[in-house]
Ligand binder design. Structure first.
Ligand SMILES: *[C@@H]1O[C@H](CO)[C@@H](O)[C@H](O)[C@H]1NC(C)=O
Ligand SMILES: *[C@@H]1O[C@H](CO)[C@@H](O)[C@H](O)[C@H]1NC(C)=O
Ligand SMILES: *[C@@H]1O[C@H](CO)[C@@H](O)[C@H](O)[C@H]1NC(C)=O
Ligand SMILES: *[C@@H]1O[C@H](CO)[C@@H](O)[C@H](O)[C@H]1NC(C)=O
Ligand SMILES: *[C@@H]1O[C@H](CO)[C@@H](O)[C@H](O)[C@H]1NC(C)=O
Ligand SMILES: *[C@@H]1O[C@H](CO)[C@@H](O)[C@H](O)[C@H]1NC(C)=O
Length: 692
């Protein structure tokens, strides 16, 4: 944003004044203040590059004869184009007495420079020249404002750490993760003596971004400059939290200098994502006094938010763990992923150390800008045995990493990212959410105690803004993850998806139907090793099981109402899946974790829900192929009635069901297919900055 204020300048009839004027700004001189005593008239003369205007406007527009001097006569001066040499333009004011006799002359020696700090404010990937909107930021398709990415990937693959934590730019390829900012100047070969350019930033903003510049001699053309930078000089740091203001070279003539702005941290509770960088032209006053800024150009950036990807986006890679006991599961997953045509990445036991919960340790997302985009993994503070996987295995060139660190005592099972999901795009009462809404599970709002997702993660999620979160109630579950009772699948009609909800009512209905049709003796868990089979009759006769499921249904219904309201869904957008739960006592502990407050916890143990048979809603969604926990339900004519029901519900949407046996290796450990897998997906086509 170019300052359009009129800088006041002095006229002096004793000595000529030196003035540097920035193109696009103007000077204002009070004609009366510096006039010799008893001056009654004045006249103005200037060289062709100078324009001036007088207020109040003189009657005689020709300006040829002396103009009567008025108590409030003001002269405004501007210049048409940059000077080639210092003092190459001139303006003089002559003062006259009553009889038009000359009383004195004030002379200005003028030098004009063009200065513009430029960014990609129109978001087309190119740094345009002096965009009038570069000093502010506005959302929407007709919005404006530049974007900077957190440089959270690692160009280095050994001894790696996020580039934003490296002191130097180690590879030229790193520059494309930064936002180009160009200082364009035009003027004489050198600035008049004592004048200088400085770039500056506030202390607060310097915590969030820093600025490098191209360090090569500017006489080189770009091709040579890049080579030179790689091998010789590097990219000096201009602004950082240690250096808030620094002089930058003025190159002379018509010149462009490249700067690279690097994001250091994501929006969060204490950071709204906006930062500004100023460039000033400083004028010397006299030796020993600080220079004063006579021109400031300001640019604004917004740090790109971290964005999650819903089930309706195209998968890229599927991640699972290999453990000593999950051969059966792995085989099922390999077949499903191969059939669907995606990449399968297996995390081996020496990395996962027996921790199979790939969903829980991390969440895949991405960051996006007009010039660059890459995936970014959000590492959960859960920190199970898989804790090193996101950093050690995923962070790399164009694969970013972000985490939030919480106190161990604040971390609960609700911090696992099976408890962090995102809806497909929705419109709620006319309000568009083209990137969907984040969904997390927390304690019931009225609960005085209970487990919650830790504050640092919640704050981070809310601060990203573009997928405004919804908090569901998931603490009623022993494990406490939203993926235990809900998921989204793509659909060819309506809103483009269906919400699938676990439903004990739907389960009881199915079992009663079996009983009514004479299949009361059909057995659940039939043929499973180490599992007592149960007949349909036994399940239906168990009054306490029914009571427990009524409670579970009411918990899910509470969430159903929240989801309908917050996602703008109708009942027809929701499909109930026949799933029963049971209540067990206690709070889930991470397998290998010793809790110091064990005794205290003991007293607080409450009844919480777990799935009675493999929880079919806890599935992996790969395009039209669903990988569903094999429920081992009662068989009718040799076919599992639960699988049959599931298939008939999904087939109408053009989805194909593959049932994966996760019984021993996941279900018995209180997780299922979704908990044991993760999917990296293509980003949205919709650009987050186009949000209204
Ligand atoms: C420009 O004008 C100022 C004021 O008259 C003078 O001090 C300075 O030396 C001049 N510079 C050049 C290069 O002529
Ligand atoms: C990093 O940059 C600083 C200052 O720009 C320099 O002193 C230092 O030698 C550089 N380190 C490496 C490893 O290039
Ligand atoms: C940048 O300039 C704007 C106005 O041009 C000013 O309000 C702001 O304080 C300046 N910031 C810094 C860090 O100099
Ligand atoms: C830059 O200069 C080199 C050496 O003079 C020349 O070969 C090359 O074509 C130039 N590149 C451009 C883009 O002008
Ligand atoms: C849990 O987090 C939610 C959502 O931020 C908040 O409304 C609620 O007060 C928290 N509950 C507890 C018990 O801390
Ligand atoms: C009824 O189901 C519950 C599981 O919630 C179980 O603990 C109980 O043993 C069952 N009762 C009978 C009679 O099978």
């Amino acid at each position: 944003m170019t300052s359009t204020y009129h800088r006041t300048c002095r006229l002096d009839t004793d000595i000529p004044q030196r003035v540097v004027l920035v193109i696009g700004t103007s000077l204002k001189a009070n004609l009366n203040r510096s006039a010799p005593p008893s001056s009654k008239f004045f006249s103005v003369k200037c060289t062709p590059n100078v324009q001036y205007r007088i207020t109040p406007p003189p009657q005689d527009i020709s300006h040829l004869s002396p103009i009567p001097l008025n108590g409030n006569s003001v002269l405004f001066i501007s210049m048409g184009h940059a000077s080639q040499n210092e003092n190459d333009s001139k303006l003089s004011v002559r003062y006259y007495g009553e009889n038009k006799e000359a009383l004195g002359r004030a002379v200005l020696h003028l030098t004009a420079v063009e200065i513009s700090l430029d960014v990609d404010a129109d978001r087309d990937g190119i740094v345009e020249k002096n965009n009038p909107n570069k000093g502010s930021w506005k959302w929407g398709p007709d919005g404006h404002g530049a974007i900077v990415l957190v440089n959270c990937d690692s160009e280095r693959t050994y001894l790696k750490k996020p580039d934003s934590e490296q002191d130097n730019i180690s590879r030229v390829s790193d520059l494309k993760d930064m936002s180009l900012m160009v200082l364009r100047t035009r003027g004489p070969a050198r600035l008049p003596e004592g004048y200088k350019l400085t770039m500056h930033i506030s202390q607060g903003d310097a915590e969030s971004v820093r600025v490098f510049r191209s360090g090569s001699p500017e006489v080189l053309n770009n091709t040579l400059r890049n080579l030179y930078n790689i091998f010789v000089k590097g990219y000096p740091l201009v602004l950082s939290s240690e250096v808030l203001s620094q002089e930058v070279p003025y190159l002379g003539g018509t010149a462009e200098m490249n700067f690279y702005v690097e994001g250091l941290r994501f929006p969060d509770k204490d950071f709204d994502g906006l930062i500004s960088i100023n460039l000033s032209l400083l004028e010397p006053i006299c030796a020993g006094l600080p220079e004063t800024p006579i021109f400031t150009d300001k640019v604004v950036f917004r740090v790109a938010p971290w964005i999650m990807t819903p089930n309706t986006l195209q998968p890229v890679e599927v991640f699972v763990c290999s453990t000593s006991d999950n051969y059966q599961f792995l085989k099922g997953m390999k077949n499903l992923v191969a059939k669907s045509g995606y990449k399968l990445k297996i995390c081996h036991e020496y990395v996962n150390r027996g921790d199979r919960w790939m969903q829980d340790e991390l969440e895949f997302g991405y960051i996006d800008s007009p010039h660059q985009r890459f995936p970014v993994v959000l590492d959960s503070p859960r920190d199970g045995e898989l804790q090193d996987f996101p950093y050690e295995e995923l962070l790399g060139p164009d694969f970013g990493y972000v985490t939030r660190v919480a106190h161990r005592k604040d971390v609960s099972s609700l911090d696992s990212f099976g408890n962090l999901e995102v809806s497909p795009p929705v419109i709620v009462d006319g309000k568009k959410f083209p990137l969907g809404r984040i969904i997390i599970g927390v304690a019931f709002p009225t609960a005085t105690k209970g487990r919650n997702m830790t504050k640092v993660v919640q704050d981070f999620l809310w601060a990203q803004k573009v997928q405004e979160p919804i908090a569901l109630f998931s603490d009623w579950l022993l494990v406490g993850h939203v993926d235990e009772f809900m998921t989204f699948v793509p659909a060819p009609d309506r809103k483009g998806f269906r919400l699938l909800l676990a439903s004990p009512d739907a389960g009881y209905k199915l079992f009663r139907g079996l009983q009514n049709n004479g299949h009361g003796q059909a057995k659940l868990f039939d043929g499973l090793k180490d599992e007592e089979p149960l007949t349909v009759d036994e399940i239906l006769n168990n009054k306490s099981l029914q009571a427990e499921n009524n409670y579970v249904q009411s918990c899910i219904d509470w969430n159903r109402d929240v989801l309908k309201r917050e996602l703008g869904l109708d009942d027809d957008d929701i499909i109930d899946l026949p799933i029963l739960f049971k209540l067990v006592r206690g709070e889930q502990k991470e397998q290998d974790e010793e809790d110091e407050d064990e005794d205290e916890e003991e007293e607080e143990q409450e009844y919480r829900a777990v799935a009675y048979y493999p929880d079919m809603v806890n599935m992996i969604v790969l395009g039209k192929n669903l990988g569903i926990p094999k429920p081992f339900g009662p068989k009718v004519n040799g076919r599992c009635a639960l699988e049959a029901e599931m298939c008939s519900l999904m087939e109408g949407l053009g989805l194909s069901c593959t049932f994966i046996d996760d019984f021993a290796s996941y279900h018995k450990l209180l997780g299922e297919v979704h908990c044991g897998s993760n999917v990296r997906r293509e980003p949205f086509e919709f650009k987050w900055w186009n949000l209204e």
